[in-house]
Design a protein around this ligand. Structure first.
Ligand code: ADP
Ligand code: MG
Length: 603
């Protein structure tokens, strides 16, 4: 038996159903009363707003407490541009979206420097300031009295190309615009851009180490989200012909946020359901007008407790981040690891690196080199500074002293995504993946930096974008076969046992087509069989000419694989050489308190 959620999801997302729904709205509206058409127009705008908030909050994990401000920017921009400057509707609406987008971009500009919380506060401040400016700037906005006589269907003075529009024409335009925007957003989400948004949401550190720039990605999310809100605002302006500051206050921002949360963060279909509820509910609540926000608060609390994934979580399957069309086109001819062309400078050189945290010296004047086609083990007791060294080399920490060169070029202190961009990839001691993504979606994140097609190409689902995605999906297939995880490729990672996370994380690094990989305890928690698969992957990296750094405690595992060994103790290199020499080294034996080497190795 097929689960009801599967049936509902398949139905609601089936192109035939969607086209039928659009056609029903488009043609059916002529039988509806004027009041109903108006509220349906308003519903479309609420859907647009919820989709915009969903992209920003549900997908990218960024909060906006000033969405009514972006909405209002668009509304006043289009209203004023048409009324005062006499611009045509087809120009003022795109400008409303552009002005919304610009406000979003400017508000998020400090994204690289400030923490999440401050960014949310920036949006709150923006919303509050917007409202005050509207109220005070009488000449332009009509102040507290509002802006009336905006060309609109209600006043019968809105025309496009010489044709005067009535409420039904306007509704049809809004339906088509909403449908097109949702199609674009849907394509965008199911591309590497949407996956990057979600990766930033799940773990900024992991995203950075895959070459996804965190500040740029957040700014992009705010810009697109605010642009959509501006578009919705522009369309709102010409519905009734009047704009008043109270339509764009904090309460409105909160309402949009509540709609999105109740719909289910991340789900586009959930947003439609929720927008329907929140468009018709206030009508029903007229009697309790002054208690409206108590009701909203109660709904929010109720939904957070009972429906943590919103209406969508209750009714629909979780959203996916790969276009089925790309999946169907993906061949099987992908390569898991492309051989690296080596050049004279090919080496990762760590020179005298020191990392202090306050009084604690975690890494103390460490030097080592990695070379193509060689596996170097980094060994040492817990707390000896191994992970810290990887964090410094991969750009998560700025070293207190020392230099790092990769292919002859200094990468000391570069941000993590720039270092990943040069082909230096790492995995984490505690795997950092996107639990809600499938194995395949997680793996595709690795290929992020290799894509060439733009966000616009992805949104328009241009053949070039579909083809590129299909190429990388073929490589993903090759990696899943190599890692022995092909049979679970379409399972969400959170539903799989722990060992898979390690294999997926190593596979994800391979999809970046790295020139060097730093593996932080990749075998920890793996079964014997999984360890054999991991060893196969590491050997393939060596054969392809990658530089490999392997942090590992299992001596048997290490002994079979490695060419060189570096032993750390309290942040210092106490041994550098081959594995035989390490076994005899007095310093190493001493560091492990004179215990026998096998015990030591498992310490
Ligand atoms: P290993 O990976 O070899 O087990 P780590 O590199 O994780 O060791 O840790 C080395 C030392 O640095 C430990 O004493 C640890 O507590 C300390 N350390 C690591 N990261 C930080 C940090 N962000 N702030 C303060 N101390 C840290
Ligand atoms: Mg560690």
């Amino acid at each position: 038996m097929i689960a009801p959620r599967t049936v509902l999801t398949r139905l609601l997302t089936h192109p035939a159903f969607i086209l039928a729904a659009i056609a029903a709205l488009f043609f059916g509206c002529s039988w509806l009363s004027g009041g109903t058409v108006q509220i349906l127009t308003f519903l479309m705008l609420n859907i647009l707003l919820a989709q915009s908030m969903n992209l920003l909050t549900g997908i990218a994990g960024q909060i906006s407490l000033g969405h009514a401000g972006f909405y209002g920017m668009g509304a006043y921009a289009s209203g004023i541009l048409m009324k005062t400057a006499g611009l045509p509707f087809v120009v003022s609406i795109p400008l409303a979206a552009a002005i919304g987008a610009l406000s979003g971009y400017l508000v998020s500009f400090p994204a690289g420097r400030v923490r999440e919380f401050y960014l949310a506060m920036m949006t709150l401040a923006f919303g509050l300031i917007f409202r005050e400016v509207v109220r005070e700037w009488d000449d332009l906005t009509g102040g507290a009295v509002g802006l009336s006589n905006v060309p609109s269907t209600t006043l019968k003075n809105l025309s496009v190309f010489g044709v005067t529009l009535d409420a039904i024409d306007y509704f049809r335009i809004v339906v088509i615009v909403t449908a097109i925007v949702m199609w674009l957003v849907h394509n965008f989400i199911q591309s590497r851009h949407g996956r990057a948004f979600y990766a930033i949401h799940a773990s900024e550190v992991a995203a950075g180490c895959l070459g996804i720039p965190r500040a740029g990605t957040k700014r992009q999310a705010y810009t697109i989200g605010a642009g959509m809100a501006g578009l919705a605002g522009g369309l709102y302006a010409h519905m009734i012909g009047y704009l008043g500051p109270e339509s764009f206050d904090l309460a409105r921002s909160i309402e949009v946020l509540v709609t999105t949360v109740v719909g289910g963060l991340g789900s586009m279909a959930g947003q439609i359901l929720s927008a329907i509820v929140f468009t018709f509910l206030p009508e029903k609540l007229q009697v309790f007008a002054q208690y409206q926000f108590i009701v909203y608060g109660a709904i929010l609390a109720f939904s957070l407790i009972l429906l943590p994934r919103g209406l969508a979580g209750l009714l629909l399957l979780p959203p996916r981040f790969i276009k089925p069309a790309s999946l169907r086109r993906a061949g099987t001819a992908g390569v898991a690891i492309r051989p690296v062309d080596s050049d004279r400078n090919a080496a990762l050189v760590v020179e005298g690196v020191t990392m202090r945290f306050g009084g604690l010296t975690a890494v103390d004047d460490v030097s080592l080199e990695l070379h193509p086609g060689r596996i170097t083990a980094l060994i040492g007791p817990n707390g000896s500074g191994k992970s810290t060294l990887v964090n410094v080399v991969s750009g998560i920490y700025q070293p207190t002293a020392g230099a790092i060169r990769f292919f002859g070029e200094s990468i000391t202190g570069l941000p993590d995504h720039r270092i990943a961009g040069k082909g230096l990839l790492r995995t984490f001691q505690d795997p950092r993946l996107v639990p809600r993504f499938t194995v395949r979606e997680n793996l595709l994140l690795g290929a992020h930096r290799r894509y060439r097609t733009s966000g616009l190409a992805a949104a328009l689902s241009l053949p070039s974008a579909v083809r590129e995605e299909a190429t990388f999906l073929a490589s993903v297939d090759a990696v899943t076969r190599m890692a022995g995880i092909a049979d679970v490729a379409d399972r969400p990672l959170e539903s799989l046992p722990y060992g898979y996370r390690r294999l997926v994380e190593v596979g994800r690094a391979l999809l970046a087509e790295p020139r060097a990989v730093l593996l932080d305890e990749p075998a920890a928690g793996l079964s014997e069989a999984e360890m054999a698969l991991l060893a196969r992957m590491i050997r393939a990296m060596k054969d392809a000419g990658l530089m490999v750094l392997l942090i590992e405690h299992h001596m048997d595992f290490v002994a079979e694989l490695v060419d060189d060994v570096v032993v750390l103790d309290s942040g210092r290199v106490i041994y550098h050489g081959d594995i035989e020499g390490m076994r005899k080294s007095p310093a190493v034996i001493e560091a492990y308190l004179g215990t026998s080497e096998t015990e030591a190795a498992h310490a």
